[in-house]
Ligand binder design. Structure first.
Ligand SMILES: [Zn+2]
Length: 175
């Protein structure tokens, strides 16, 4: 069965100033990852992990390409980051992700002991850092991280996701 041609992504990557390394800067990098996802016909979600000002993980959703339900942007970025620093403990690291993490990815953030998670678009359906549930509040867990919920490039990241699903619904043959 021939694969349908990927929909062209109508959005451009962002080129933030390198001088100000704030949340918007790193979220822009995650946003650019999300654009890469769309260009591969994947749901446009991107994640970046930062440690000491350095990007140690950077990935986008690849579930369709790898035919692997665990290939979420956050999971791939966490694996990269752990490999880069040679430790499964990502203490001190901040995860930037364009959408609130699902149960699997929120769990991986608890297990890797990240310092902080900054997500862009809240997800009341599947989000597990305050949206549908909050894995950061497990009663007996001895690890908590800071969470920044929405507000950083939120409109841009949401528009990207909504436009992708809109385009998908309009595909002539979505089977
Ligand atoms: Zn996930």
């Amino acid at each position: 069965m021939p694969e349908p041609a990927p929909l062209a992504c109508p959005f451009q990557k962002r080129f933030p100033s390198q001088l100000v390394r704030d949340d918007a800067f790193y979220m822009s990098l995650a946003y650019n990852q999300a654009i890469d996802a769309w260009r591969e016909d994947e749901v446009p979600i991107g994640a970046v992990i930062v440690f000491g000002g350095e990007v140690i993980g950077s990935a986008h959703n690849r579930v369709e390409t790898s035919r692997d339900p665990t290939s979420h942007a956050e999971m791939l970025a966490i694996t990269q980051a752990a490999s880069k620093i040679g430790d499964w403990r990502l203490e001190g690291a901040t995860v930037y992700v364009t959408k609130e993490p699902c149960p699997m990815c929120s769990g991986a953030m608890v297990m890797s002991r990240v310092k902080r998670v900054c997500y862009s678009v809240p997800d009341p359906k599947m989000g597990c850092l305050g949206g549908a549930a909050d894995l950061n509040l497990l009663e007996r867990s001895n690890h908590r991280f800071e969470v920044t919920r929405g507000g950083v490039l939120e409109d841009e990241c949401r528009e990207l996701l909504q436009a992708f699903f809109r385009a998908k619904r309009q595909e002539p043959d979505a089977s």
